[in-house]
Design a protein around this ligand. Sequence first.
Ligand SMILES: O=C(O)c1ccccc1NCC(=O)[C@H](O)[C@H](O)COP(=O)(O)O
Length: 200
Amino acid sequence: MNAALKGGARYIGFVFYPPSPRSITPATAAELARHAAGRAGCVGLFVDPDDDTLASITRAVPLDMIQLHGDESPARVADIRERYGRPVMKALKISVPEDLAGVEAYLPVADRLLFDAKAPKGKADALPGGNAVAFDWRILAGKSWSRPWMLAGGINPENLAEAVEVSGARSVDVSSGVEVKPGQKDPERIALFLQKARSL
Ligand SMILES: O=C(O)c1ccccc1NCC(=O)[C@H](O)[C@H](O)COP(=O)(O)O
C-alpha cells in the first residue's frame, strides 16, 4: 500500500470477498485504512453482500466508499447507500455495446460507476472481477453519463495510455496489472503505473 500512497493513488481498494486471493480481514483493512487516512480514500469491495456482512465491516473499517461488484439491483444499491451512509460505486460488466443499456437504471442510485470486463467464460476459477481481462474500450468512446465513472479490467502500465485514449476514461482501477501473481502486489509496478497515470 505504501507504493500506492507514495505514487498518489486516489483510492485504495480492500477486497471483502473470501473466495478471492486478494481478500483481507476487516482487522487488517482497518489497520491499513488508518495508515491511509488523509492520503487516499478507502474503498471496500463486496460481491452481493448481505446486511450482516456490511454492518460488521462498515463498523470495523473506516471505509470512504462501498464498491459493489456483484449482481446488485438498482434497488439494492439504493438500499445499501442509505443504510450504510457511504457513497456507492457500482461495477457494471461490459462486453458488447448493448451492455451499456443497463447503465441508466443505476444513475439515480449510484455515486460512481465502474466499467469492468465480464468474467471469462469457461474458466473454472474466474472471479467476478480482478481477472486481468480487458473489454473493447471503444464501447465507451464518446459516451458520457451524469455520474463519474472509472475504467477497469486488464489495465496495466503498458496499456494504460491506450486504454485512456480509446475509452476517454478520466479515472482507472487496476489490480492484476500491478501484481506478481493474483493477490501479491508489486510495488515497482504500482509505482510505474502511477507514474504513467500522472503523465497522461
Ligand atoms: O480483485 C478481486 O479479487 C475481485 C474479486 C471479486 C470481485 C471483484 C474483484 N476485483 C474488482 C476490481 O476492482 C478490479 O480492480 C477490477 O475488476 C479490475 O481487475 P484487473 O483486471 O485485475 O485489473
